[in-house]
Design a binder for this molecule. Sequence first.
Ligand code: NDP
Length: 396
Amino acid sequence: MKMPSEGKQYVTILGATGSVGINTLDVIGRHPDQYELYALTANSNWELLADQCCTFTPEFAVLINKECAPQLEDRLLQAGSKTKVLTGKDNLCSVAAHEDVDVVMAAIVGGAGLEPTLSSAGAGKKLLLANKESLVMSGSLFMQAVERAGTTLLPIDSEHNAIFQSLANGAPGHADGVRKILLTGSGGPLLGKPIEALSEVTPDEACAHPNWKMGRKISVDSASMMNKGLELIEACWLFSVKPNDIEIVIHPQSIVHSMVEYVDGSVVAQMGNPDMRIPIAHGLAWPGRIDSGVKGLEFTGLGDMNFEPVNLERYPCLALCQEVAWQPQSAAIALNAANEVAVQHFLDELIPFTDIPILIENVLEQTSREEAHTIESILALDEEARHRAMEFIRAR
Ligand code: NDP
């Protein structure tokens, strides 16, 4: 068994082939003296995973799609790589929680990230959380696991990382002296589009974010501002605040990544170029700092910075999240599941963009409001909501 060299941290990246995973490897690649890879995981993109294994020599590569494993094994064999290939969800959970691992980056997209992220939350490691859907789905179970295991939970979503950095005592769950949190959002690529034209939006238009380069699911969520709504729910759990402690502000330039206002009137903001390597480097090095590869802000060339209130008529998905944030866990599970089904069908050009909130509202109307304290009950509610979402689509 390979062990990390003295003084280095051993890292697992869940979702290594995605946008956050690639950015994480970029930062790690700048600090070979500090980090070594234990495991890299992907769903089916074995070609990129093979390249990553050749460059970063992890102990394990995990693929969910078993059919792709022989190709990955062949490629690694040809390259003389010693990385061992594993498949399936159990192995995903085990590399997320293995005792040798120091740091886990949770960057799988959607509810598929729930079980491995939760495994890591309960394993007492440093957990860098990008997969917001897992916290939205399992809030109280997740935070209890973190507390019980003494896990160091660091938010990687740029907004939550900014809030974390702006909190005086620097730790989630201790928002003392805070009057409110100002959660900023760019408004996405459709901010200036007439509301009547939103039904004609194509997947490529919805994914053309003006400031951030991200995976397609979160890009659509940004266009609908579902992403901001999921972030609202995520922030409530991370920082132990209520939905009305958080004000959502449109800031099209994405320079201020969020702010905290204190009871004495001070407002502390975190700023930087819109590049995920900043929060990733912050999480990896916390409580220290490392170079992320991102240039500092050129303040004299920045131009205007605007801040506007949100028009909920334009962003009905956000309005739904604001209601769900007050409701028992089953509502957040149903909202997340219905959104994932709707976004995939929109990306596949099977439903229009404007059907996304209609579908979610329909599923929410059929969902009983109940708490969910076990992984089994969460997964059952998730499945039920996905089933209802599919029924709605079939009936359209
Ligand atoms: P991507 O779509 O770019 O990447 C997703 C990753 O998850 C890929 O490695 C993919 O593997 C893997 N994956 C997909 N489905 C499964 C599955 N069923 N089981 C296991 N692994 C799977 O997503 P992003 O990097 O954009 O986002 C990842 C998470 O980070 C999301 O929760 C998002 O909300 C959050 N986030 C992302 C930001 C960004 O800038 N992108 C910013 C803030 C938060 P494969 O390549 O094989 O499909």
